[in-house]
Ligand binder design. Structure first.
Ligand code: NAP
Length: 216
C-alpha cells in the first residue's frame, strides 16, 4: 500500500515508517521542518514537507495525501505545548488530514489517539485540553465514513517492545506501552479489515499483536 505517515520524525511515527517500509509498503513521511527530511529518507520513506498547522486541506495537505491508499496520523503538539496547540495540532492537524482524505478519495485512516480520550474530564485540568482535542478528532473521524481505525495507547515509553499487547474497546486499567509495540500494532492493523470502523485501547500485555487484533 502507499501510506502517508504524519509526524514522520516523531518517536512513534519513525518506528511506524521503518516497519511499513521493511514490510514493502511505499511510505510518504510528512514532516514540518526541512532539517528532518534526510532522516525520513534514511528510514525508507519519501519525505514531504508540510506544516499541518499552516497548510490547508485543499492545498498542500491535500497534495501530500494524493495517490495514497492510507493515512496514519501519528503527529502531535507534544507535552511541552499549551492548550492553543492542542487545538491547532492535535485536533486541527488531524482534521485537515481527514478533510484531505475525504477530498482526495483516500479511504483508510488510522489515528494514534490516547487512552483517556473516552472521558477527557477524568485525568485532571492539565490533561483536559489535550484529551478533548483527541476526543474531538476521533469523533470527527468516526463521522467521516472513512475506513478508520482509532487506536488508543496508554503512556508511551522507549523501552524495547515485547511484541505482546492487550487490546480491547475498554481495558479497564491504565499503564504503559513501548512505542515499538504501538508501531507494530499500526503495522498489523493497516490491512486488518476486522479493525476497520473500530476504536480500541492498547497496553503492554500477553498476546502477540496479530492475535490481539484478531479479537477486536
Ligand atoms: P512525538 O515524538 O512528540 O512526535 C510528534 C511529531 O509531530 C513530531 O515529529 C512533530 O514535529 C510533529 N508535529 C508537530 N506539529 C506538527 C505540525 N504542525 N505539522 C506536522 N508535524 C507536526 O510523538 P510521540 O511521543 O511519538 O507521540 C505520538 C502520538 O501519540 C501523539 O499524537 C500523542 O498525542 C500520542 N500519545 C502520546 C502518549 C504519551 O504518553 N506520550 C500517550 C498516548 C498517545 P516537530 O519535531 O517538528 O515538533
Amino acid at each position: 500500500m502507499k501510506v502517508l505517515v504524519a509526524g514522520a520524525n516523531g518517536k512513534t511515527a519513525r518506528r511506524i515508517v521503518r516497519l511499513l517500509a521493511q514490510g514493502g509498503h511505499e511510505v510518504r513521511g510528512l514532516v514540518r521542518k526541512e532539517e528532518q527530511l534526510p532522516r525520513v529518507g534514511e528510514n525508507g520513506a519519501e519525505p514531504v514537507l508540510v506544516d499541518l498547522e499552516k497548510e490547508e486541506a485543499d492545498g498542500a495537505v491535500g497534495r501530500a495525501v494524493e495517490g495514497c491508499d492510507a493515512i496514519i496520523f501519528a503527529a502531535g503538539a507534544g507535552p511541552g505545548s499549551g492548550a492553543a496547540r492542542k487545538e491547532t495540532m492535535d485536533y486541527g492537524g488531524a482534521l485537515k488530514l481527514i478533510e484531505a482524505a475525504e477530498g482526495r478519495g483516500v479511504r483508510r485512516y488510522l489515528m494514534l489517539s490516547s487512552m483517556g480520550a473516552e472521558d477527557p474530564e477524568s485525568r485532571g485540568e492539565a490533561m483536559k485540553p489535550y484529551l478533548l482535542a483527541k476526543a474531538r478528532a476521533d469523533e470527527r473521524l468516526e463521522q467521516s465514513g472513512l475506513d478508520y481505525t482509532i487506536i488508543r495507547p496508554g503512556r508511551l515509553t522507549d523501552e524495547e517492545g515485547s511484541g505482546r499487547i492487550d487490546a480491547a474497546g475498554s481495558l479497564g486499567r491504565y499503564g504503559d506501552i513501548p512505542r515499538d509495540d504501538v508501531a507494530a500494532t499500526f503495522d498489523a492493523a493497516l490491512q486488518a479489515e476486522n479493525t476497520y470502523r473500530k476504536k480500541f485501547e492498547i497496553l503492554s500485555g500477553d498476546s502477540p499483536v496479530e492475535e490481539a487484533l484478531e479479537r477486536i
